[in-house]
Design a protein around this ligand. Structure first.
Ligand code: ADP
Ligand SMILES: Cc1cn([C@H]2C[C@H](O)[C@@H](COP(=O)(O)O)O2)c(=O)[nH]c1=O
Length: 215
């Protein structure tokens, strides 16, 4: 039976790598797949992993209709056994409903990959709908780590290493950026709540205010 699966985790935990591995494994067994994404850091119509893998993909923008796209492909004599959908947090709730219909009505497996929550710990619309509709939600086993060594569970947005809590929900970016750029850092909940990033924790340790008292 075809499935709608949501592979989720923080940023930088290996989701795109797994997406490309799954595509490889299914294709190696003769299954025909299609890859979709939205707003990948490497540019439009691309899926990229920090491990260096990269592949062409279909960019699923605002007006993209998954159901219409797949039906048209099948009507033209194409074969589709599975869909890989990366950065699924950016898809709209309607687009996730289309993916569920593709699974149920066309018997095509849909494997989606994305972060669940934004820099303010709020669910992205696409992730919320996936949690509501998916047959399975799988949390990635490779743990991204907070600077303190605990499992990272939340995504912080940073400017110059300092966590910010204001701004648009969608700002494409990476976990390694220049000082002046908007970036991201994964943190455990405790440190996300206290807005304590690696840089601010380091600064606190170095501050003369917290040096041990002499005598
Ligand atoms: N130089 C490296 N050597 C080994 N593993 C790396 C290296 N760079 C990145 N990675 C791995 O790649 C993961 C990020 O993979 P990626 O698929 O880009 O993540 P995601 O899509 O979840 O943001 C990191 O968590 C790390 O495990
Ligand atoms: C937390 C958060 C992230 N984003 C963006 C930043 C990246 O472009 C992607 C996540 O990509 P990854 O492959 O999982 O690293 O999402 C955002 O727009 N808003 C946020 O709050």
């Amino acid at each position: 039976m075809a499935e709608l699966v949501f592979f989720s985790g923080t940023m930088d935990c290996g989701k795109s790598t797994l997406a490309l591995q799954m595509d490889h494994n299914h294709a190696a067994r003769g299954r025909q797949g299609m890859i979709f994404t939205r707003n990948d850091r490497a540019g439009a119509a691309t899926i990229s992993s920090r491990l260096g893998l990269r592949a062409d993909a279909v960019e699923a923008g605002d007006d993209f209709d998954f159901q219409a796209y797949v039906v048209q492909l099948l009507s033209a004599g194409g074969k589709v056994d599975y869909l890989i959908c990366d950065e699924a947090q950016f898809f709209s709730a309607d687009q996730i409903d289309q993916l569920a219909r593709i699974v149920d009505e066309l018997g095509i497996d849909v494997f989606t990959f994305g972060i669940t929550t934004d820099f303010r710990t709020r669910l992205f619309p696409g992730s919320q709908r996936l949690i509501e509709l998916a047959d399975r939600v799988e949390v990635l086993q490779v743990e991204a780590l907070c600077w303190c060594g605990a499992r990272a569970t939340h995504n912080a947005r940073t400017v110059g290493g300092v966590m910010v809590v204001e701004g648009a929900q969608v700002v494409v970016g990476d976990v390694t950026v220049r000082e002046d750029e908007i970036g991201y850092e994964v943190l455990c909940r405790r440190h996300h709540r206290r807005r304590l990033t690696a840089a601010t924790a380091r600064a606190a340790v170095l501050s003369p205010d917290v040096l041990p008292f002499e005598g």
